[in-house]
Write a protein that binds this ligand. Structure first.
Ligand code: MEV
Length: 306
């Protein structure tokens, strides 16, 4: 039996902008998707035992099938005579890197079962192919975080610029789930369409996002939590301007700030999925989590920089 796992992730700065070569910063979270792969006599078997937001698995079924095709093809394997099972403690929902974590886990499990001995770099390349099933033309940030873990500076290019960033010590966050399953492909193509239509205005917003990434990196390396938080707030505003936030995300962001979070923003593809709040103090983390749960939404209490 081949086993593999991939990390969940939270984007701290610049989802969407990253698709166009603007640098972004992502942290893995300490929750993973696991995969087991086992050769069997017969056809292809697939079992998805992950905990999931209601509707997520149905909504993503076609994407997942396409993604599996890409993964098998890029590994030079036939999609037959093998059984794959997904599990793990990462909730399958939008915004937390569930699709990328599953691609990495599956690639690793297949590599082990077929004795391909893939390096992390090869796993990341396969997972990027797998992500195409979900995203169309992904930037590669999610599969990179899911493969390597840690806190990462990511700039799309040929090749991508991937650098590890050190955080003095892990910092508590709360992630609030709107419960809405989001279509990342649609969110990304919406931005593309508006970027062409409102060329000048979007140009300005994108330049602000680029500056923000460098400030964010500086704040993280100097462990300036206050600035990290205010840059998250500023990033949320930019994401609102390119219309990838929505009413529920904005509401959860406001609740988190009211409860003492030092910064909060939507995270991932937007239009549903998760928001993230920076809550270094345990008590504030608890208060933010309780307030969000009090409104009927699910939360994850975890850390960045693990
Ligand atoms: C999704 O987690 C992040 C996006 O920027 C898409 C991508 O980078 O491929 C929205």
């Amino acid at each position: 039996m081949g086993n593999g796992s991939g990390f969940g992730k939270v984007i701290l700065y610049n989802e969407h902008f990253v698709v166009y070569g603007v640098p972004a910063i992502v942290s893995a979270i300490n929750m993973r998707t696991t995969a087991h792969a086992q050769k069997v006599n017969g056809d292809f078997e697939f079992y998805d035992n992950r905990m999931a937001t209601p509707g997520y698995k149905d909504e993503k079924m076609v994407h997942q099938r396409d993604s599996l095709d890409y993964i098998f093809k890029s590994m030079g394997l036939k999609r037959t005579g093998v059984r794959i099972e997904l599990a793990g403690d990462l909730y399958a929902a939008s915004g937390v890197g569930a699709s990328a974590a599953s691609c990495v886990a599956i690639a690793r499990a297949l590599s082990e079962e077929y004795q391909l001995d893939y390096s992390d770099e090869e796993i990341n390349r396969v997972a990027y192919e797998g992500e195409k099933g979900y995203h169309g033309d992904p930037s590669g940030i999610d599969n990179t975080a899911a493969t390597y873990g840690g806190l990462i500076w990511f700039k799309k290019g040929s090749p991508n610029n991937i650098e590890r960033i050190n955080l003095v010590t892990p910092v508590n966050i709360v992630m609030g789930n709107t419960g809405a399953v989001a279509n990342t492909k649609a969110a990304v193509s919406g931005v593309q369409e508006r970027k062409e239509r409102f060329h000048e205005r979007y140009g300005k917003i994108f330049r602000s996002a680029e500056e923000l990434a460098y400030k964010g990196r500086e704040a993280i390396t100097s462990f300036d939590l206050k600035t990290m938080g205010s840059l998250m707030n500023e990033n949320h505003r930019l994401l609102q301007e390119i219309e990838v936030s929505n009413g529920d995300l904005d509401m959860l962001v406001d609740i988190a700030r009211d409860e003492g979070a030092i910064g909060a923003k939507m995270t991932g593809g937007g239009l549903g999925g998760y928001m993230v709040a920076l809550t270094p103090e345990k008590e504030v983390q608890e208060n933010v989590a309780k307030a969000i749960e009090g409104k009927g939404f699910e939360v994850l209490k975890t850390e960045i920089g693990i």
